[in-house]
Design a protein around this ligand. Structure first.
Ligand code: ADP
Length: 300
């Protein structure tokens, strides 16, 4: 686990981290992210560093990201990029930045997906002691899902947490998209959430935004996790998210299920977990996500 240094200039960060006189020789933009500018900094001597930047007032996005990376790294189960530093820089148009180890992916090693499944399960089984203030579910501080704030108030009940901190705030923000008939179904579903979801046997640390773009072949050829929206919850919610945008290869699910059989009703609950992400997309990107949401609420 790292306690990163806070810097007030990028040039100062590079010198403090890699030695006096180190300069940024080249900046190459990297595509693929939705929220931040990502780039590869090439420094004097050829060393490469990954940098995310955003407006200065969005520094809290990076503070939350590093808390999440630290929480995952603490479990010693799955690789995450090393955190190098965080800070702001007035000379670059008032930006905030996060510096991470650059992942020089050499492709996927043998049994990549099976091994990832087993490591993810280890992460889900790791102790969550100290991660939630005042409760079993939530996290020590709110964070972000995409660019929207994610509430992590501590709760003793997973179902109450998922209703109050996940579904309800998203439905509230999406109010304008729904008609009276939709609200009847939504309120009915929320009122009977304890009949749809179950309390887990044990709380799990979740990546929280586990789609394919956030799993990357690391420097060791194994799957690493990036860009987390961590919290402590039911492991099923992480698995559900993996299935939302196309899914992972079959061998991943087989390996996970072989080590930890899923509850027979998981597939029904999956849609409710994913409702949270679909609503978040509705609130971020607009109404193309509405039909899928209406379909789910109509079936619950
Ligand atoms: P955003 O916060 O905007 O969603 P991402 O974390 O998804 O950004 O990263 C943007 C791009 O940078 C993605 O293509 C991702 O694969 C790549 N990337 C993320 N972290 C690293 C890293 N440490 N080293 C190299 N590339 C990375």
């Amino acid at each position: 686990m790292t306690t990163p240094q806070y810097f007030t200039s990028l040039a100062g960060a590079v010198c403090a981290l890699f030695g006096e006189g180190t300069k940024i020789e080249k900046i190459n933009r990297i595509s693929g992210g939705d929220i931040n500018e990502a780039c590869c900094l090439t420094l004097t001597g050829g060393r490469q560093v990954f940098m995310k930047s955003n407006a200065k007032e969005n520094l809290s996005l990076f503070e939350a990201e590093l808390e999440g990376l630290n929480a995952i790294a603490r479990t010693k189960t799955i690789g995450t990029p090393k955190i190098l530093g965080i800070g702001t820089d007035e000379s670059r148009g008032s930006v905030s930045f996060l510096l991470l180890e650059f992942i020089h992916s050499k492709g996927c090693g043998a049994n990549y997906w099976e091994e990832f499944a087993r490591r993810l399960l280890d992460m889900h089984r790791a102790s969550t002691d100290g991660l939630v203030a005042n409760g079993k579910y939530g996290f020590n501080g709110d964070n972000y899902i995409g660019r929207r704030r994610q509430l992590n108030t501590g709760y003793d009940s997973w179902i109450d947490f998922f209703r109050d901190c996940r579904l309800e705030p998203q439905f509230r923000d999406a109010q304008r998209y729904f008609e009276k008939e939709d609200w009847k179904k939504i309120n009915r579903m929320l009122a009977r959430l304890d009949k749809i979801l179950v309390e887990p046997d044990k709380p799990s640390l979740l990546h929280g935004d586990l789609w394919g773009g956030n799993v990357i072949a690391g420097n060791d050829g194994k799957a690493w996790l990036i860009d987390p929206a961590v919290y402590v919850g039911h492991a099923e919610a992480d698995l559900a998210m993996t299935e939302l945008f196309g899914g992972f290869p079959r061998v991943f699910y087989d390996a996970y299920r072989e080590a930890a059989p899923l509850h027979p009703e998981y597939e029904h609950r999956r849609d409710v977990y994913n409702l949270y992400h679909l609503l978040n997309h509705l609130n971020m990107f607009g109404r193309m996500y509405l039909p899928e949401i209406q379909d789910i609420i109509g079936r619950m």
